[in-house]
Design a protein around this ligand. Structure first.
Ligand code: SF4
Length: 291
């Protein structure tokens, strides 16, 4: 044992933590330097391929990855559909670094699954200005602890500017417009620079999500869309998080199985539909990102 650790056992721990942080920063810098070298006009990797080419890649991906259990799969064999890891491996092969992971920061499972095969992948966080403090804290923890690159996706207007232009608390009067301006449009604008986006949508989350495929072409946003966790249950998600010590938003264990913006999310009772707390009392069930 060194003289320093004998005198101050915490000093060795601090030095190790510092060395680890420096290594992490060096790896991140090397990754971004390589990406900058390869960057196309949008700066996210090679130049984005034409939509028809991406459509064809999505079609081939569905052929390769879908199987028994995939809604709408009409293959004549009983091959099971691909696992989350196989879907991500396919994306890494097909798209290199032109990959964006959408993350609501309810948990960091999806970024963790993807970063195992695409380190420093871009993780898009829709910074609506209306998040719970716990969600912002989760975002910060992910940025500090995981090998991913957080990209804050911001609306054109700040909350104050939106209040001035459309009246205060638009979410209470026109949540569709509010989601359009604070989530749908900023995401659409950001996705223009990528060839594929990865979502954490699961079939068990809501009736609107039961037919979610593993891979599809997103006509609205003009890129391939993959849903590697589509077949997972909420318990699968929690088991993965426990197994890999993945960061979870503390609200998940505080009655919020589905976490959105603070004004539009309430606690749900045990046994209640997990998404019942989103836009409770309104017809709205989706923010518009996945429809
Ligand atoms: S979830 Fe609510 S506050 Fe957030 S963007 Fe949509 S309507 Fe606005």
């Amino acid at each position: 044992m060194s003289e320093q650790t004998t005198q101050d056992p915490l000093a060795a721990l601090r030095a190790a933590a510092r060395a680890k942080a420096e290594q992490r920063e060096a790896a991140k810098a090397a990754h971004h330097a390589e990406r900058a070298r390869q960057a196309g006009p949008e700066g996210h990797g090679r130049e984005k391929r034409a939509l028809d080419e991406l459509r064809e890649i999505a079609r081939r991906g569905a052929e390769e990855l879908h199987g028994a259990g995939t809604p709408g799969h009409d293959g004549d064999d009983d091959r099971p559909e691909a696992t989350a890891e196989q879907v991500v491996a396919w994306a890494a092969r097909e798209f290199g670094t032109s990959v964006a992971v959408a993350c609501s920061m309810a948990d960091a499972v999806l970024p963790h699954v993807v970063a195992q095969q695409i380190p420093w992948v871009d993780v898009l966080f829709l910074d609506t200005g209306y998040h719970f403090a716990e969600t912002v804290g989760t975002r910060d923890a992910v940025e500090q602890q995981m090998d991913v690159t957080i990209v804050d996706v911001k609306p054109e207007l700040t909350v104050a500017e939106q209040d001035a232009a459309h009246g205060k608390d638009l979410f209470g009067r026109d949540p569709v417009l509010c989601c359009q301006m604070r989530k749908v449009e900023p995401l659409h604008r950001t996705l223009a620079g990528y060839e594929v986006w990865v979502t954490g949508v699961r079939r068990d989350e809501a009736p609107t999500r039961t037919t979610t495929p593993l891979v599809t072409f997103d006509e609205k946003n003009g890129l391939v869309k993959i849903n590697p966790l589509a077949a997972w249950s909420f318990d699968d998600l929690l088991a993965y998080a426990a197994r890999h010590q993945v960061i979870l938003n503390p609200l998940l264990n505080d009655g919020y199985p589905s976490i959105g913006c603070l004004p539009c999310t309430r606690r749900v009772a045990p046994g209640e539909d997990p998404r019942a707390g989103r836009w409770a009392g309104l017809d709205k069930t989706e923010c518009g990102l996945h429809v």
